[in-house]
Design a protein around this ligand. Structure first.
Ligand code: NDP
Ligand code: 2IT
Length: 446
């Protein structure tokens, strides 16, 4: 990092104490920006980096709700509206007990550059709550969502801020949130949330988009090296929305997907993960992976508390949560001959692990590029909503494929242009930054 950017990061740490994940995400972006600021002094003069690091607005609120036995609970709600230079704030909501301001800010910060890379008109934001959905009844989840939206609704709007899902928030929660928004505002405003049901304004392929998109990005990286996914051994972490559709797409391209995981442990399945069974256990029954292994029979083993990175593979696709793949795990993957690692989750790879992959010449797809297919398809959902259209699955999937190829191309070419060939991290950070920076300069000092 240049002296100026190092000082800027130190100031960011001082002004945002205790927000470790935000410090990490900011450091990873700032490390790429020195050559841009040297080439374009007008951006430094306008203090674009300082402005991008400061959210336009941060909302924190109380979320009171009652469980099924009548006991009162108080959670904290967040929405960080980071940057709207390119369009309305756009980004998911996460419901997980670990959620705090630092995590929401890291996610919102990443979202600015990710959304920019899609080439579509969406700004960056993120939100959520420290509510723990695990073990809660559908009625409890509904009451929580209604209370959460009772405050959040005043900050949203199809032209202002458009949330979607993330960890712990899927189609069911988006339904409850949309219902409460509609009731309070008396508006059927389809474009205020994405990830809606297909019968009421949702887009085909949105559910699949993040996982499918990451596999398409991985395939593009392999293509540059004269390879494809056919016959490759793949490990996937996570067993939620992103992991499930990553597995499905990788298998459709001929890969053998050996693993998936949840916070309790992982499954290794010699015959390849059975996606239908996985969906039944995780999506329908909302159960644990142990059940998958019990029903699958002899080919599957459940390893409590373990990490999928111990399983030898050609391609690793981390799809659970931040900092789940550290330097030790990276060294094991490299020793086992991994060729490509691509982030379905947001910031799953620690900076030390990224350095291990870079040193070993492993193709590494950073989340803000590789998992951008989800938010890109959310923007396609917004487009369909404003035109009152519903596209076929094929049409949406084709648009997604074009967008993912475009993001890969942009990252690859930008890295070359700035003298960092093959460095998708630098390419994604610089290209994502430049589009936002240009819009901010054009729109004046705000
Ligand atoms: P889900 O809630 O559907 O699934 C999350 C999965 O990750 C679950 O298997 C969960 O296990 C596991 N997990 C979550 N937190 C932890 C943790 N602290 N430690 C270990 N395992 C954990 O979420 P998604 O699949 O939607 O999201 C996964 C990742 O992808 C996140 O990083 C998210 O930000 C990112 N992402 C999501 C997009 C989307 O469209 N949904 C778009 C782009 C990125 P368990 O059930 O045991 O908690
Ligand atoms: O991290 C992400 O990009 C998401 N959770 C999806 C955001 C969206 O608005 O679809």
């Amino acid at each position: 990092m240049s002296a100026g950017l190092t000082a800027l990061h130190a100031e960011l740490v001082r002004r945002n104490p205790g927000e470790a994940e935000f410090h990490q995400a900011a450091s990873e972006v700032l490390e790429s920006l020195a050559p841009v600021l040297t080439a374009r002094p007008e951006l430094a003069e306008a203090k674009i980096v300082e402005r991008i690091c400061e959210p336009e607005r941060q909302i924190m609120f109380r979320v009171p709700w009652q469980d099924d036995s009548g006991t009162v609970h108080i959670n904290r709600g967040f929405r960080v509206e980071f940057n709207s230079a390119l369009g309305p704030y756009k980004g998911g909501l996460r419901f997980h007990p670990s959620v705090n301001l630092g995590i929401v800010k890291f996610l919102g910060f990443e979202q600015i550059f990710k959304n920019s890379l899609t080439g579509l008109n969406i700004g960056g934001g993120k939100g959520g709550s420290d509510f723990d959905p695990r073990g809660r009844s559908a009625a409890e989840v509904m009451r929580f969502c209604q209370s959460f939206m009772t405050e959040l609704h005043r900050h949203l709007g199809e032209h202002t801020d458009v949330p979607a899902g993330d960890i712990g928030v899927g189609g069911r929660e988006i339904g409850y949130l949309f219902g409460q928004y509609r009731r309070i505002t008396n508006r059927w405003e389809a474009g205020v949330l994405t990830g809606k049901g297909l019968g009421w304004g949702g887009s085909t392929a949105r559910t699949e988009a993040t996982g499918y998109g990451n596999v398409l990005f991985t395939a593009e990286m392999l293509k540059r090296r004269g390879e494809d996914l056919d016959g490759q051994q793949v490990v996937v972490s996570g067993a939620g929305n992103v992991a499930i559709y990553t597995i499905e797409k990788a298998q459709s391209l001929g890969a053998n997907v050996l693993t998936c995981s949840d916070s309790g442990g992982y499954v290794v399945d010699e015959k390849g993960i059975d996606v239908r069974l996985l969906r039944q256990v995780k999506e329908v029954e909302r159960g644990r992976l142990e059940t998958y292994a019990q029903r699958r029979g002899a080919s599957a083993t459940y390893v409590p508390g373990g990490r999928v990175w111990d399983v030898a593979c050609d391609v690793a696709l981390p799809s659970a949560t931040q900092n789940e793949l550290d330097a030790d795990a990276a060294r094991i993957l490299v020793r086992n001959g991994v060729k490509a690692v691509s982030e379905g989750a947001n910031m799953p790879t620690t900076p030390e692990a990224v350095a291990v992959f870079k040193e070993a010449g492993v193709a590494f797809g950073p989340g803000k590029a590789a998992n951008a297919g989800g938010v890109a398809t959310s923007a396609l959902e917004m487009r369909q909503n404003s035109a009152r259209e519903s596209w076929s699955f094929e049409r949406t999937e084709n648009e997604l494929a074009v967008i993912m190829r475009g993001i890969h191309e942009t990252c690859y070419e930008t890295a070359e242009r700035y003298g960092r060939p093959g460095d998708y991290v630098a390419g994604a950070n610089i290209a994502g930054f430049e589009r936002v920076a240009d819009a901010m300069v054009a729109q004046g000092l705000i």
